[in-house]
Design a protein around this ligand. Structure first.
Ligand code: NAD
Length: 545
C-alpha cells in the first residue's frame, strides 16, 4: 500500500483510460467480483460494534431492479440506536479531539491509498448500486481519492502556526479546534466521493461523526466503513446508522448533542434542515452549524459567436452524463436565437448517438435514473414541459419494465419562468430557451432561485468578461461544460438556494468544521502595567474587546 507523502504537492488522481485492454479487463473482473458479492446483509455500526437488526431495507440496482445489491439493518426501527450512535461519537470525541492533526491526516492518506489500490472494485459497487457508467464511476472514485489527499494536506496547513499581528509583551497564538459531534447526511449521487469527503473533512479536523448514508446508496458507504476499520481508525469516530432521512436524519438534526450538520442534497430537505438546526433545544449549549450543499438549475449559454461544435458537445455531456443526475448538470440550454437552429441540429444529432443500456457494459453512455420516484418525477416534468408549450426534440418517454430508464429528452421552445425552466428535475431532461441577445441570455440564466454552476460558450472576450461579472453562480465555466469540477482546481459550491457555498474541495472548506481559538499569554518582557486604571489614557486595551 503506497501512501503519498504529506508534503507532496496535491495532484488530482488521473482517470482510468478504459481504451487500454488491461484496464478494461480489470474493470470487467471487478464487476464480476462485485456481482458475486451482491445481496448480502449489512449491519449498522456503533462504536465499532456491528449490530444486526431484524427490520431491513433493500438497496437495489436501478438499471435492473430485480437485482438486490444489499439488505440493510434499518435504524428507523429503533430510535434508541441513533441516540446510542450519537453518544458513542460524543465519547470518542474526548479522545479524538486531542489526536494530533498529523496523525489524523495520515488516516486520510491511508484511505486514499486503499481506494487507489482497489479503485475498480469500488467503482463497480457504484455501477450496480447507482447506475453509474464505467467512466462516471471511475470519476467518483478518483474524486474520493482527491478529497482524502486534499483534505489531509489542508489539515496540515491549518494546523500550522497561523499569521497573527505581533504585540510586544505577549505571546499570541491562534489555532483551530474541532467543534464536536457532527451529523453527516450525504446524497446518493456521488455515493463515494461526496459521502467520504463530507465524513473525512469532519474527521480530519478532529470531530467525531454519525454517518447516515442515503438509503439509495448504503452499500458503497458500508464499503467505506470497511476501509476505516482496515486502517484502524479508532472506534466511535465514524458511526454508521442506515435509515431514512425522515427518521434517523431528522433525529440527528434535532439532537442537542449534535454540534454541526453536514448535508448535501435537495433544496427542500436542505432548507428544512437549516430551519430545524437553528432551534436550540434544552441542554444544547451551542448554535448548530449547518453546511448545506443543495440543488441547481444550471444553465449553459451559447452565444451567437460560439464554436457550436464544442458547445454542442459540452451541452450533451453536461445534460446527459449520469442521466442528468448531477447537481451541476446542464438542465437549461440558453441559446442566442441567431444560432438556435444550427446548434440544435448538432445537439440532437449527438444526443441520438448516446447508447442507453446497462451500466455494466463498457460502451453504455446512459442508463437508468436512481429509483421509481425519480422516474415518475421525470415523466411528470416532461408532461408539464409539453403542457406549457414545449416541443419535444428527442426522447420524451421512459420504460420502467426492468430498470428506471428515461430517454435523453430535449424540450425546445421553453419560455423563461416555465416550470421546467425553474425547478430542478434531476433527470435527463434538458429545457432549451431562446434568447434575443447575450444580455437577454444572462438575464434568463440569473432569473432563478439557484446559483450553483453555469457555463458560457463564446469567442467574444468582452462577453466572457461580462459573464464573469454578471453570471451569478458559485462555479462559472467559460468555453467548457458546467460539470466535472476537480478537487483543488474548482472549489465547488453554490449561491442562493444552492446552499451555503461551502466550496467542497477548496481551501476554506475545512474551516467550517473548526472554530478559532486565540490564546494570549503575557510574557516577562511585558512593559504594559495591568494595574493601570481601566479606561485610562495608558490602558491600550480599553477600546478593544
Ligand atoms: P435528498 O435531499 O433527497 O437526500 C439527501 C440526504 O438527506 C439523504 O441522505 C436523505 O436520506 C437525507 N434526508 C432526507 N430527508 C431528511 C430530513 N428530513 N432530515 C435529515 N435528513 C434527511 O437528496 P438526494 O436525492 O439524495 O440527492 C440529490 C440532490 O442533491 C439534488 O437536489 C442535487 O442537486 C443535490 N446535490 C447537491 C450537491 C452540491 O454540491 N451542491 C452535490 C450532490 C447533490
Amino acid at each position: 500500500m503506497q501512501t503519498q507523502k504529506s508534503f507532496d504537492e496535491f495532484k488530482n488522481e488521473p482517470f482510468t483510460d478504459f481504451s487500454k485492454a488491461d484496464e478494461a479487463e480489470a474493470m470487467k473482473a471487478a464487476i464480476e467480483q462485485v456481482r458475486s458479492e451482491l445481496g448480502r446483509d449489512y449491519p449498522i455500526i456503533i462504536n465499532g460494534e456491528k449490530i444486526d437488526l431484524e427490520t431491513k431495507f433493500e438497496s437495489i440496482n436501478p438499471a435492473n431492479k430485480t437485482e438486490l445489491v444489499g439488505r440493510f439493518s434499518d435504524a428507523d426501527s429503533d430510535e434508541s440506536l441513533t441516540e446510542k450512535a450519537i453518544d458513542a461519537a460524543a465519547e470518542a470525541f474526548k479522545m479524538w479531539r486531542s489526536v494530533s492533526p498529523e496523525e489524523r491526516a495520515e488516516y486520510l492518506f491511508k484511505v486514499a491509498a486503499i481506494i487507489r489500490e482497489r479503485k475498480h472494485y469500488y467503482s463497480a459497487w457504484m455501477i450496480f448500486e447507482t447506475g453509474k457508467t464505467w467512466g462516471e464511476a471511475d470519476g467518483d472514485t478518483a474524486e474520493a481519492i482527491d478529497f482524502c489527499e486534499f483534505y489531509g494536506r489542508e489539515m496540515l496547513r491549518w494546523a500550522g502556526r497561523q499569521p497573527i499581528t505581533k504585540l510586544e509583551g505577549e505571546d499570541n497564538r491562534f489555532e483551530y479546534v474541532p467543534l464536536g459531534v457532527g451529523a453527516i447526511i450525504p446524497p446518493w449521487n456521488f455515493p463515494l466521493a461526496i459521502m467520504a469527503g463530507m465524513t473525512l473533512a469532519a474527521v480530519v479536523t478532529g470531530n467525531t461523526t454519525v454517518l447516515k448514508p442515503s438509503p439509495d446508496a448504503p452499500t458503497i458507504a458500508y464499503k467505506f466503513m470497511e476501509i476505516l476499520d482496515e486502517i484502524g481508525l479508532p472506534k466511535g469516530v465514524v458511526n454508521f446508522v442506515a435509515g431514512s432521512g425522515t427518521k434517523v436524519g431528522e433525529m440527528l438534526v434535532q439532537s442537542p448533542k449534535i454540534r454541526f450538520v453536514s448535508f448535501t442534497g435537495s433544496k427542500n430537505v436542505g432548507l428544512h434542515i437549516y430551519e430545524t438546526a437553528a432551534k436550540t433545544p434544552k441542554g444544547q449549549n451551542w448554535m448548530k452549524r449547518v453546511v448545506a450543499e443543495m440543488g441547481g438549475k444550471d444553465a449553459i449559454i451559447v452565444d451567437s459567436e460560439a464554436d457550436l461544435e464544442s458547445a454542442a458537445q459540452g451541452v450533451v455531456s453536461a445534460a446527459f452524463g449520469f442521466q442528468g443526475q448531477k447537481c451541476s448538470a446542464c438542465s437549461r440550454l440558453i441559446v442566442d436565437e441567431k444560432v438556435h437552429a444550427d446548434l440544435m441540429a448538432k445537439v440532437v444529432e449527438l444526443t441520438k448517438q448516446l447508447k442507453v443500456g446497462l451500466p455494466t457494459e463498457a460502451d453504455t453512455n446512459m442508463t437508468a435514473v436512481i429509483n421509481q420516484k425519480s422516474f415518475d418525477n421525470a415523466l411528470n416534468y416532461i408532461k408539464i414541459g409539453r403542457d406549457e408549450g414545449g416541443e419535444i426534440l428527442t426522447g420524451g418517454s421512459g420504460d420502467d419494465a426492468n430498470g428506471f430508464y428515461i430517454e435523453p429528452t430535449i424540450i425546445d421552445n421553453v419560455q423563461p419562468q416555465a416550470t421546467i425552466e425553474q425547478e430542478e428535475i434531476f433527470a435527463p431532461v434538458l429545457a432549451v430557451i431562446k434568447a434575443r441577445d447575450f444580455d437577454h441570455a444572462l438575464e434568463i440564466a440569473n432569473d432563478t432561485q439557484y446559483g450553483l454552476t453555469g457555463a458560457v460558450y463564446s469567442a467574444n472576450e468582452e462577453k466572457l468578461e461580462q459573464a464573469r461579472d454578471e453570471f451569478h453562480v458559485g462555479n462559472l465555466y467559460l468555453n467548457r461544460k458546467c460539470t466535472g469540477a476537480l478537487v483543488g482546481a474548482h472549489p465547488f459550491g453554490g449561491f442562493n438556494m444552492s446552499g451555503t457555498d461551502s466550496k467542497a474541495g477548496g481551501r476554506e472548506y475545512l474551516l467550517q468544521f473548526m472554530q478559532g481559538k486565540l490564546v494570549s499569554k503575557k510574557v516577562a518582557a511585558n512593559k504594559r502595567d495591568d494595574s493601570e486604571a481601566v479606561g485610562s489614557a495608558k490602558d491600550t486595551t480599553a477600546k478593544a474587546f
